[in-house]
Every structure is written in structure tokens, then in C-alpha cells.
Design a protein around this ligand. Structure first.
Ligand SMILES: Cc1cc2nc3c(=O)[nH]c(=O)nc-3n(C[C@H](O)[C@H](O)[C@H](O)COP(=O)(O)OP(=O)(O)OC[C@H]3O[C@@H](n4cnc5c(N)ncnc54)[C@H](O)[C@@H]3O)c2cc1C
Length: 379
């Protein structure tokens, strides 16, 4: 079946000469800092927000790696993949730079004005300027086209009113790329009338309210917009193009190694603590087989991005299978280390509580399966 062949065709990037040297460089960089991170910090890698660390990453040239010069470093997706994979498997605190590196920056590169690129991207590449994502609203998550927050055209710019929710680390960020309604949705697709803005989170009229998650931590936020003025030059792309832009942004959000490595630091610690019995060896072997398969699939997506291919389908497959593996990992950790050290117990508690979110953030499992079904032509 042609659709199945296209969907399941995960081609592999050719061997890359500098891979061993790049990995060695990233590992040495991480080793020099690893003593600063408690085991539970490594389990929290995704939401670990550390501006000093991000500046050090920027100084190495590892933010904006794939963006063209002069804004970025003109390197390949596979090179970026290697850096991100090393960071996440070591449990490094990536949250202060990686939303901008992964999706906000690429969106500004492809849709932004020269002025936006010149004024915003240098700070991002240095690890100094941080972004958060403003898509979801209280009544609009999976059905993002139904957003109701509204931007109204005024002299010299736009007035924003409404609210966004679940914005990760908005309280620590400088900017949000936010999706607002600027016109009516067209009757057929419902995708018209949406526009993205680069919003300076210090603007007057913005209130950021904390939301605590299951672990008691504050990384989620609700953001209220009360007549917030955004100048014309901070409109991103073209008015009414928001749906196409947000879809491209989500493809970036779903395609990286972060979609299978969230629980990996706890697994690595459990393997270190596991006994030498046959049952532990079998569990470790089963997990390695699964992680190795996901790694090959995820690396393949990076290679296909380098070839300029549309990877929305493959990214949805990696995210669905990858988050299933991440959610199975806490049980494997318990089997491997039934009497965990205090450090592993803390990592396991955190990972167990965070695991339900893995298949929700960035689009739910059901939405990924809908995308796959559409790719197969059965929906
Ligand atoms: C850890 C985490 C971080 C996040 N960070 C951000 C962020 O920084 N910025 C941001 O904007 N958002 C963020 N989100 C929000 C996230 O994108 C949404 O939670 C997600 O898209 C689901 O939307 P919802 O919560 O409104 O659930 P709903 O869309 O209401 O879904 C509820 C249930 O219904 C199912 N469902 C919905 N529609 C369909 C359908 N058509 N077919 C089958 N099943 C369906 C869903 O799969 C789900 O199981 C984050 C979420 C999490 C968990």
C-alpha cells in the first residue's frame, strides 16, 4: 500500500564524519557541569530552567545550530540531534533555551521580518533571550483552530485580549509566540482568521498566574491579556496565516529526540543500580532494544529534515511510539531496582508523576493517531 510505504519509510542519514568528535565535545562540556545537578534535577531536564547553563551552551555555538548564517550556525539537523540527544540523556537543564532553539527561532527564521531576525535572534543564539509557547486556551487544546483570544487592529499595531493556558515557563520567559484570532474562521476549514504575534511578556496589561502541577511544581501558567498593545512590527508572518504557521511550528515541536528521552535519566540510574540476575538483564535488554529502535527512528527524522522533506507523519509516529516507551519506563525502573537508592527513588517519584503528561504535551496521543490515519488515507 503506497500510503503505508510513504508513512513508514524512515530513511537513514549517511554516516557523519565529525560525529564522534562532536559527541566527545558535548560530553566533556556536560561532565564538567554534572556535579551541579542532583539526580532529581537530571530527571527534570525538560523543565530545568538555568540561564547560566543556556548561556554556556550558546557560547559553544549549540543554540540555533541549524539556522542559516548570519543568524545561526548553518549546521545540519543531524548535528543538532547529536547535541540535543547528549544533553537530554545526561539530564541537562535545557528549558531556558530549547523552546526558542527548537521552534520559536525556526519560525522567526522562516516567517519573520529582517528586523525581527536582527533584533531578537542574536540574544536567542547567545542563550540570553527565552521564549514560551502561547497556543492553548481553556477551551482550545487539541482543537486549536477554535482559539477565542482576539487581536484587534489599532493605530500602529494591535490590541490583544483573552487568555492562554499551560504555557510552560512563561513566568521566566522574555517573549511568547502567541496565536490570536484576527478575523472570522472560514466556514469550511475553520483555519482562517488566525495570526501569530511575538509578545514581549513585560508589556502592560499582561498578568501571569501560576498553576501548580501534580508534583507541586510551578512551570505551567495562565496568561491574561487585557488590552495589551503589540506594535505592527511584532506581528509574525502575515495576518490570517496563523494556522499554517502554527502547524509548521508543531512539526518542529514534535520531531526531536525529546519525544522519547524524558524518562531516560531514571532508566540509566536504574541500570547502574540493577542486580546481576537474569530478570534484571532481561528487563534492561528489552528496554535497550526499544530505546535503540526509537533512536534510529528519531535520528532518521533529523536526516529527513536535512533533505528538506515534510516529516509531519514520521514525527507523529515517533511521538506516539516514543511517549508510550517513556510512559512504560517507570515500571521498568521499578523492576530493575526494587530497592532503589534515595537518589533513584526521588527520580522515580518525579518521573512517575510527570509521565501522564508525556503523551499530552505537544499534541495528544489521539491527535497523533489522527494525523497518522490521515497519512494512511483512512481518515
Ligand atoms: C507538560 C505540558 C506542557 C504544555 N506546555 C504548553 C505550552 O507551553 N504552551 C501551550 O500552548 N500549551 C501547552 N500545553 C498544552 C497542551 O498542548 C494541551 O494540553 C494539549 O494540546 C491537549 O489539549 P487540552 O488539554 O485542551 O485537552 P483536550 O483537547 O480537551 O483533549 C481532552 C481529551 O480528548 C481527546 N481528544 C480531543 N480531540 C480529539 C479528537 N479529535 N479525536 C480523538 N480524541 C480527541 C484528547 O486526546 C484528550 O485525551 C502543555 C501540556 C502539558 C501536559
Amino acid at each position: 500500500m503506497a500510503e503505508l510505504d510513504r508513512l513508514l519509510r524512515f530513511t537513514h542519514p549517511p554516516p557523519f564524519d565529525g560525529e564522534a568528535a562532536l559527541r566527545a565535545e558535548v560530553r566533556a562540556f556536560l561532565r564538567a557541569r554534572a556535579d551541579d545537578w542532583a539526580p532529581v534535577d537530571r530527571a527534570r531536564s525538560w523543565i530545568g530552567f538555568d540561564r547560566a547553563f543556556s548561556k554556556a551552551v550558546g557560547a559553544k555555538g549549540w543554540i540555533g545550530m541549524t539556522w542559516p548564517k548570519p543568524y545561526g550556525h548553518g549546521r545540519t539537523q543531524v548535528e543538532r540531534y547529536i547535541v540535543v540527544e547528549e544533553m537530554l540523556s545526561a539530564g541537562a537543564p535545557v528549558a531556558a533555551h530549547w523552546i526558542a532553539d527548537r521552534q520559536s527561532g525556526p519560525l522567526i527564521i522562516s516567517r519573520g521580518t529582517d528586523r525581527q531576525k536582527e533584533t531578537i535572534l542574536p540574544g536567542v543564539v547567545r542563550g540570553e533571550t527565552t521564549f514560551c509557547i502561547g497556543m492553548s486556551e481553556p477551551e482550545s487544546g487539541s482543537d486549536l483552530a477554535s482559539v477565542r483570544s482576539r487581536a484587534t487592529s489599532v493605530d500602529g499595531g494591535w490590541r490583544l485580549n483573552g487568555r492562554k493556558i499551560w504555557s510552560t515557563n512563561a513566568h521566566l520567559s522574555d517573549f511568547m509566540i502567541a496565536l490570536f484570532r484576527t478575523g472570522p474562521a472560514d466556514a469550511e476549514t475553520r483555519h482562517g482568521g488566525l495570526t501569530q504575534f511575538i509578545v514581549d511578556l513585560r508589556a502592560s496589561g499582561i498578568e501571569i498566574r501560576e498553576i501548580k502541577d501534580l508534583t507541586g511544581e510551578h512551570h505551567f501558567n495562565e496568561i491574561l491579556f487585557d488590552d495589551v498593545f503589540v506594535p505592527d512590527e511584532m506581528l509574525l508572518g502575515r495576518p490570517g496565516d496563523g494556522w499554517t504557521q502554527v502547524t509548521a511550528e508543531l512539526a518542529h515541536e514534535r520531531s526531536g529526540p525529546e519525544r522519547y528521552l524524558s524518562a531516560f535519566p531514571a532508566l540509566a540510574q536504574a541500570v547502574r543500580e540493577a542486580g546481576g540476575d537474569a530478570a534484571s538483564a532481561r528487563t534492561a535488554g528489552e528496554m535497550i532494544v526499544e530505546y535503540a529502535t526509537l533512536r534510529a527512528m528519531s535520528l532518521s527524522v533529523a536526516g529527513m529534515l536535512d533533505e528538506g522533506r515534510d516529516v509531519a507523519q514520521q514525527a507523529a509516529v515517533v511521538k506516539d511510539v516514543g511517549t508510550t516507551l517513556e510512559q512504560d519506563t517507570p515500571a521498568a525502573v521499578r523492576r530493575l531496582a526494587p530497592a532503589p537508592s534515595d537518589a533513584l527513588a526521588e527520580m522515580l517519584t518525579y518521573t512517575t508523576c510527570a509521565a501522564p503528561t508525556f503523551s499530552i504535551r505537544g499534541g495528544t496521543r489521539q491527535i497523533m493517531r489522527g494525523i497518522i490515519a490521515r497519512g494512511l488515507g483512512v481518515r
